[in-house]
Design a protein around this ligand. Sequence first.
Ligand code: SAM
Length: 268
Amino acid sequence: MSPYLFDNSAPESQGRFSALEACYDPVSRRQLASIGLKAGWKCLEIGGGSASLGDWLAEQVGPDGEVTITDIEPRWAQARSDRPQVRLLRHDIVRDLLPGDGYDLVHARLVLLHLPERQRVLKRLVGALRPGGWLVLEEFDCSWVPVLAAPDEDAAVLFRRVHTALVGLLEGAGADPLWGQRVLGAMLRAGLVDLRATTYAEAWPGGSAGIALHRHNVDQVAHQLAGAGIPDRDLDRFRSLLRDPGFVANSYPLISVRGRRPFEEYQP
Ligand SMILES: C[S@@+](CC[C@H](N)C(=O)[O-])C[C@H]1O[C@@H](n2cnc3c(N)ncnc32)[C@H](O)[C@@H]1O
């Protein structure tokens, strides 16, 4: 199994999914709507997490469509995957056979970033599309999370120190924190056409739904952060900062890239 740092078996996953849903689902829905998503489409949602987007996709494609939602640990998706057009699979996109092919849409948000095999997985996802089908990948650029307001300079320094340590743990587990910057190029090299990308970011004040993402992330790996030089007392200060409305950090920029598999060329 791939060494995913934020294993879904941990209780912090629920909070992480709530934060992602609150902040980024409206953005992802706009991206998916912009490709002309229609009733009857056959869709594949990779690493669906809580299935908030998979469930929305199922609503859009209707009873004549099909949505396959995969995850290596699908326990959080189960409650939301009860429509007849949804198939929920425990599935590792690195190792398992693809669950199908000829998809009108393949979507993954914040999944390939975590996978050391992301380039190979990207090729597999392209291969799962029908000619003219869309691949939509949405990924963070973890390098641009500036502090926009802080009660004092020490607070800003602490935030940056803890965040840098967290990103170091991600890299240690094989993630690419800059993958958001590289997705479009990788999709171009994979032969996709009609590529477009947009980037979304907003200010996350202390106490907001979005900034809670940092809390769930550090809570889940507190032990490893201690090993990386962030003692519990610093993590406690970090958690207080995330509740302080006088502290504001930029959200992770979400880079959403869409591209389609070319239609087959006529071969005389
Ligand atoms: C950061 S979460 C994102 C969840 C969801 N896509 C979202 O944006 O709300 C990453 C998800 O990818 C799943 N995942 C990690 N490695 C995977 C793999 N090899 N195959 C399938 N899913 C995987 C995790 O279990 C987790 O649910």
